[in-house]
Design a protein around this ligand. Structure first.
Ligand SMILES: [Zn+2]
Ligand SMILES: [Zn+2]
Length: 303
């Protein structure tokens, strides 16, 4: 296959146990028929959230199946591409939330809550009284952000509310927020509204949809994604630059040669600073440390 098609989607909709089961069955049936389908779809009483991949035909069949359920008629799909299969298999999972933020209390009830299309987003960003917030975690914002955006530098979403309260912004401050595909902002905007902010807007479809319409727009760098591609570039193609660091699992772009086995590898910036992590794997790191301590003990015993 020349190229895999990848699509990300979500929809908040209150689903009964029965509806969840019917969606699950329809998706499993499709996966049974289309062997190239891969990815993960999460189902919860609050809705659906997934990223899947396959041939162009398989992906459009999946879209049809999802849209055939009444609550998901208007669901937005955000497409990107990949040369290697980004998922080994297809799975559905049932969870409490469709995006794990540990906030089952924050569930959007309206289909639309100050959503901005990519064009509207550009217009709003050009105004000088706006603050742009990236609602993603620090390991994601490091790879790329919108021009001039504020990075809350959070490790988990639960720190977001605290960040907003300590920001010192007036309650009427105009705020624009964005994330990868839009889902996190659906909850983040509710949290800000609960805190009394009324002038908050969210980028519909997130960075992924924005890049489709404005690859040379106001987003700089690459966009972290939650699959083997690690990130996508501004053309929505799999990153050539970032890999997951074999030592800590964070994305990195430091190309090194393993100090033990001489294999080429990409590690992250912070692991680069530790001698034993200038290695290709945990295994080489372990052996490197052992060699060092053996060398130390033999030099101390010869004294
Ligand atoms: Zn690392
Ligand atoms: Zn090695």
């Amino acid at each position: 296959m020349a190229r895999y098609h990848v699509t990300a989607f979500y929809c908040f909709a209150s689903l009964s146990e029965d509806e969840v089961a019917r969606v699950e069955t329809a998706l499993s049936d499709l996966a049974e028929a289309e062997k190239d389908l891969g990815g993960l779809v999460i189902l919860a009483p609050e809705g659906i959230n997934g990223t899947i991949a396959g041939s162009e035909g398989t992906v459009s069949k999946l879209k049809e199946v999802v849209r055939s359920f009444e609550p998901f008629h208007e669901i937005l799909f955000k497409d990107s591409f990949c040369r290697l299969a980004p998922f080994p298999r297809f799975k559905t999972k049932r969870r409490e939330e469709i995006v794990t933020l540990h906030r089952t209390d924050l569930v959007p009830t309206e289909r639309s809550n100050n959503h901005l299309s990519p064009e509207e987003w550009n217009e709003m960003m050009a105004q000088d009284d706006v603050v742009v917030i990236d609602t993603r975690n620090a390991y994601e914002t490091r790879l790329g952000m919108f021009e001039g955006a504020v990075d809350p530098n959070i490790d988990t979403f639960s720190e977001f509310g605290e960040f907003v309260q300590q920001s010192g912004w007036q309650r009427d401050q105009k705020v624009l927020m964005y994330c990868t595909g839009g889902i996190r902002c659906e909850k983040a905007i509710l949290e800000m509204q609960q805190l009394g902010f009324e002038n908050v807007y969210q980028l519909e479809g997130g960075i992924l949809r924005y890049l489709k319409e404005f690859p040379d727009g106001k987003f700089n760098g690459e966009c972290f994604v939650f699959d083997h591609r690690v990130a996508v570039d501004r053309s929505l193609e799999a990153s050539e630059r970032f890999r997951l660091c074999p030592h800590c699992g964070d994305p990195g772009d430091q190309r090194i040669t393993c100090v033990r086995c001489s294999r080429g590898v990409v590690i992250c910036e912070s692991c680069r600073k530790r001698a034993e992590r200038n290695t290709c794997s945990k295994d080489c790191s372990h052996h490197f440390l052992r060699q060092q301590s053996l060398a130390e003990s033999s030099s101390s015993s010869s004294e």
